[in-house]
Write a protein that binds this ligand. Structure first.
Ligand code: SAH
Ligand code: SF4
Ligand code: F3S
Length: 493
């Protein structure tokens, strides 16, 4: 659930909705056009309020990765400006699903939710149901929605989320369901409202899309070609975020290591990191995701010398077999990956390495799988996300023969998971006894009087402390490892 946030702050030089003349034609330029439609929708909200004696509620349900989470914050910002009140469950006047389609189960979950929300709409026919995000970029999905899910009011894709107010207004004023999908986008609309989920940390998009076309992956088809934001826009956004209380930023992109290469004034990702580091109020920097093929020595050096970049690197492996890696179009082999991991560990000994692994890619044999286990044993990941290969229509891998039988893939998956977990447990106790800095992210729901903090290496620590520590970075002695997290004690500052 993404909070819509009643107190969304006007932090993006936003346009004052009261000063927009609604008697003229909508502006053609962005973002002015969207502010015009926000004001239009707000008139509808006011009429709703007069009629019902309350403001309308909206619920955003987010699936998928950090990019989608960040997009949802933008959607929430727009809805808050319009006047919707945030609702954490789906019994709302407007329910918006921000979807993911990276694996079929993400896709199926959305259809499941649609079944549920349809039953709610039968009880409350004026309810509005919207769908957006990656799944909507697939033609088969759109066809299915038009044929079998006619109760859906609003559908848009990944390239036009900035248009939410305009599309919502079209539905509110026109009656017919709105479908608005753009196949490709080169534009990046800046300075729209955003409601952040956490006051103290935020994702920041540095680029959109992906050009890598790993053979199993649907992301390049649904997110479009790679586009980098200009460094000034990124740094400005980060400065505004810190003015608003943010101490930790996570720079987001499908492959941050290729950031900036296509800008008119090219800049490397490492150089961008160095500039972010200069912003005094930024205390911690993270980024996601790094493709091994583009990880530069300059980046390793920048991380090693940095006071602020967290000692955590997510370095997706996908497979340990060089043969499978070629079929996956990953552009590195087992030896190159191992050499890279070793180089990083040597230069930054306290780094935490995490990864993504797919099992059951078409043609994967037991020998290939053993190569994957071998890499896991040698790199000793602090943690790993493991996925069963999921066939995505339209990707080259979907047409490959020798798809691995489900039971075989599941058996490999179970063996991989148990190895990953065993190593994870062993490596988590590595820092027991040390004092490390933790960003306090919330009170501990399991233990009264405890708070939960995140260490730079992404591991959590629970320790006694008051709720007003939330959002602060404090030193914590790690007293005891509990497998995947620590129990600690705050040290004197
Ligand atoms: N851009 C990121 C990954 C985004 S998708 C990167 O390259 O690292 C997140 C993860 O989902 C991928 O790393 C991959 O492990 C997994 N994934 C992508 N497509 C998949 C598929 N068809 N089946 C199973 N897992 C998949
Ligand atoms: Fe998908 Fe590969 Fe792009 Fe990551 S780098 S989003 S796995 S195509
Ligand atoms: Fe899913 Fe789209 Fe992210 S497909 S993983 S939400 S980019």
């Amino acid at each position: 659930m993404t909070k819509i946030g009643e107190k969304s702050k006007a932090m993006y030089n936003e346009i004052d909705l009261d000063r927009i003349d609604l008697n003229v034609e909508p502006p053609t330029e962005e973002p002015a056009r969207q502010y015009y439609f926000m004001a239009k929708c707000r008139e509808w909200v006011r009429a709703f309020e007069q009629k019902n004696g309350r403001r309308p509620t909206a619920s955003i349900q987010t699936f998928g990765c950090q990019m989608n989470a960040r997009d949802s914050e933008k959607l929430a910002g727009i809805l808050a400006r319009i006047g919707f009140i945030s609702q954490d469950h789906e019994e709302a006047d407007l329910v918006l699903y921000n979807t993911c389609t990276v694996r079929d189960n993400a896709n199926q979950r959305v259809y499941g939710r649609l079944g549920y929300v349809h039953s709610l709409k039968k009880k409350n026919p004026s309810m509005l149901i919207g769908l957006c995000g990656c799944m909507m970029q697939e033609e088969t999905v759109i066809r299915k929605l038009k044929e079998s899910y006619r109760f859906v009011d609003l559908v848009f894709g990944t390239h036009n989320i900035y248009k939410l107010a305009e599309l919502l207004y079209a539905r509110l004023s026109g009656g017919a369901p709105v479908f608005d999908i753009e196949k490709e986008s080169t534009r990046i609309v800046e300075t729209l409202p955003v409601t952040r989920q956490y006051p103290y940390k935020s994702g920041v998009n540095i680029m959109y899309g992906c050009n890598n076309f790993c053979s199993y992956c649907i992301v390049p088809y649904v997110r479009g070609r790679e586009r980098s934001r200009r460094p000034e826009e990124i740094l400005d956004e980060i400065r505004r975020l810190t003015d608003d209380g943010v101490v930790e930023v996570m720079l987001l992109g499908q492959n941050v290591n290729s950031y900036g290469k296509t800008l008119t004034e090219p800049i490397s990702f490492a150089a961008l990191l160095q500039q972010v580091e200069q912003i005094e109020a930024v205390k911690r920097i993270r980024f996601m995701t790094s493709h091994p093929k583009d990880l530069s020595d300059e980046l390793i050096e920048t991380m090693a010398c940095s006071q602020k970049i967290c000692r955590h690197l997510h370095l997706p492996l996908q497979s340990g077999s060089s043969r499978i890696l070629t079929c996956m179009n990953r552009c590195y082999d087992k030896e190159q990956y191992l050499a890279l991991a070793e180089k990083i560990r040597r230069r930054i000994p306290d780094i935490s390495l995490t990864t993504d692994i797919i099992v059951g890619f078409p043609g994967e044999t037991e020998e290939d799988f053993q190569e994957t286990l071998d890499v896991v044993r040698r790199v000793r990941y602090e943690s790993a996300f493991t996925f069963l290969y999921s066939k995505r229509t339209g990707t080259p891998a979907a047409a490959m023969d020798r798809q691995v039988p489900k039971e075989v893939a599941q058996d490999r998956f179970d063996r991989l998971l148990s190895l990953v977990q065993q190593i994870s447990r062993e490596s988590c106790c590595r820092d027991t006894g040390r004092v490390m800095e933790a960003l306090v992210e919330g009170t501990d729901s399991q233990q009264e009087g405890f708070v939960t903090g995140r260490l730079g290496n992404n591991i959590m620590v629970h320790f006694p402390g008051p709720a007003d520590l939330v959002g602060r970075i404090v030193p914590v002695r790690l007293l005891e490892s509990r497998g995947f997290y620590y129990i600690g004690r705050m040290e004197e500052q």
